[in-house]
Unconditional design. Structure first.
Length: 169
């Protein structure tokens, strides 16, 4: 929250160095969802980095050595070795990140509480408000089923389209 503060926030301090007016990151409806998205990406980038690092370390070095002996350049090795061998990890990361994006709750609750003007009131936060603020459990359950269906459909589409491009050793 201090990063996005309207007057003391680091982002607005950087903007002031360039002569740009301060932005109400969490109070302006045009910027609120973007701000929550940036904080969510920042929060999840460590997990993504660790998974990708594990995938990169699992690629056998003899493939790169063979390519070096053949005289392959960096971009050839990237296109023909690294990306195909990293494709299962990339597929996993993209799938999990997409599912996590639909389940963003904590950032919205802490930063904006669904505001301003309900601009950041996404489906998960709406389920929470219906169930635990308005005590409308039936509506919240229906929304949860819809969220499940959306995530299931998106995951199935991703498996259908992305699984063909995954190369297993």
């Amino acid at each position: 929250m201090f990063l996005f503060h309207p007057s003391l926030g680091f982002l607005n301090q950087i903007l002031s160095w360039f002569g740009v007016d301060a932005i109400g990151w969490l109070t302006d409806p045009n910027w609120a969802l973007f701000s929550v998205s940036i904080s969510t990406i920042w929060m999840n980038i460590g997990f993504t980095f660790l998974i990708m690092l594990g995938g990169l370390q699992s690629i056998d070095r003899y493939l790169y050595e063979s390519a070096d002996i053949e005289g392959a350049g960096y971009f050839y090795k990237l296109r023909r070795i690294t990306i195909p061998m990293l494709s299962p990890t990339l597929f996993f990361v993209v799938t999990v990140t997409m599912i996590n994006a639909f389940q963003t709750f904590g950032q919205i609750d802490m930063l904006t509480r669904g505001g301003p003007q309900n601009e950041t009131n996404l489906l998960v936060y709406s389920i929470y408000r219906e169930a635990f603020v308005n005590y409308q459990y039936g509506t919240a359950s229906a929304q949860a089923v819809i969220l499940f269906a959306i995530i299931l459909i998106m995951t199935l589409i991703q498996f259908k389209l992305g699984e063909k491009k995954v190369h297993y050793q």
